[in-house]
Design a protein around this ligand. Structure first.
Ligand SMILES: *Cc1c(COP(=O)(O)O)cnc(C)c1O
Length: 363
């Protein structure tokens, strides 16, 4: 077996909200720990799924293993070749698949610190070495020059989460273009755009145009965040012909079930919903940032649907949030918390708790 597995700890998902509600006697717990969409999903999704259940009944047929109609919709909207898209059971599966296909023992992988933990975990499973490049301490953005300095002959993959989870900071496509131009052509640069639709910018936010300029760029997207479909597990990667074929060879033949495909197609068609969520999120994000600024709490300006800030004894504040029914994400060191931007009333409620915490915990 792979010896590396024995030393690794698995991803810890948040405690179910029902468990927390029971523990603290709460009628409702706002889950703001996994960057899910508090506004739900497009109202059209439920109707489409129910219709599909009626049509496909007990599910005796295999799903379309090619996800043909979803593939064509995405290819058309993003102006990429349909064959260059590979779907996964969430982006999680894509991250694992990329690592499995492109990494061998003793290869090197570059990731930011902090960033989404799955990149490093999957690299380690394959026996690769993970090198961390600290984010820009002032902005929380990926340090692109830092990545360049850490490239060696063993480097195979560079993971760029953009906007970065958990800092929320963002590198624009021009900066990424300059960066990729300096990366050796045999290194694959993976740009994870899980949060790209939350970016407010007058220019196109996505780096998808770089696919036409560089063979060694891949773009990753998910339906779990702004589309509000985390429960259906749909993510995808867009990459050059040959690498896409390698991933297709290794993936499970039916990784997207029928209902997930229906849900994703319906959600993708409703771009109005996406635009509304982005606008509401931006308004609430502004309020969070104003609150943190007012209380002189250090935070990274966010372009995503979460905010990452520094506060003394973060676990204690998280525990206080939890008791009042707000679940946030801890585990980023003792002074940092990541909070998913929630519904307006929840953000307000949390800010009241936090103001009280700050006023009574000055050392
Ligand atoms: C949430 C998240 C994912 C995983 O998305 P799924 O499609 O739900 O597996 C991938 N990358 C980043 C940066 C994320 O935050």
């Amino acid at each position: 077996m792979k010896e590396t597995i024995k030393k690794l700890a698995s991803y810890v998902p948040p405690t179910p909200t029902e468990t927390i509600a029971k523990r603290y006697g709460l009628s409702r717990v706002a889950k703001l720990s996994a960057n899910e969409n508090p506004y739900g999903t497009s109202p059209k999704v439920a109707a489409a799924v129910i219709e599909a259940v009626k049509q496909f009944g007990v599910g005796n047929w295999y799903p379309d293993g090619n996800a043909t109609s979803l593939r064509e919709m995405i290819a058309q909207k993003l102006d990429v070749k349909a064959a260059n898209i590979v779907f996964g059971c969430g982006l999680d599966e894509i991250i694992s698949l990329v690592s499995r296909v492109f990494l061998e023992k003793d290869d090197e992988v570059l990731v930011a610190e902090p960033t989404f933990s799955e990149y490093g975990l999957n690299a380690q499973i394959e026996g690769a070495t993970v090198k961390s490049v600290p984010v820009d301490a002032r902005t929380g953005a990926n340090d692109l020059n830092g990545f360049l300095k850490n490239i060696t002959l063993s480097t195979k993959l560079i993971w760029l989460c953009n906007p970065n989870n958990p800092t929320g900071a963002y590198n624009d496509p021009n900066a990424l273009r300059d960066f990729v131009a300096k990366v050796p052509k045999d290194i694959l640069v993976l740009i994870d755009e899980a949060y790209i639709d939350f970016v407010r910018s007058t220019q196109p936010a996505s780096a998808v145009m770089l696919l036409k300029e560089f063979d060694n760029v891949a773009i990753l997207r998910t339906f779990s965040k702004i589309y509000g479909l985390a429960g259906y597990r749909v993510g995808y990667i867009i990459m050059d012909d040959q690498r896409a074929r390698y991933l297709q060879t290794a993936r499970l033949p039916y990784n997207l079930n029928t209902l997930s495909q229906v849900a994703a197609e319906t959600a993708f068609e409703d771009q109005q919903f996406v635009a509304e969520v982005a606008a509401k999120n931006a308004r609430e994000r502004d309020k969070w940032e104003a609150f943190l600024k007012q209380h002189q709490v250090f935070y990274y300006p966010s372009q995503a649907n979460f905010i990452f800030f520094k506060v003394a004894d973060a676990d204690q504040l998280a525990a206080r949030f939890l008791k009042k029914g707000y679940q946030v994400r801890t585990g980023f060191g003792k002074d940092w918390l990541r909070v998913t931007i929630g519904l307006p009333e929840d953000n307000f409620g949390m800010q009241q708790i936090m103001a009280d915490y700050l006023n009574n915990n000055i050392n």
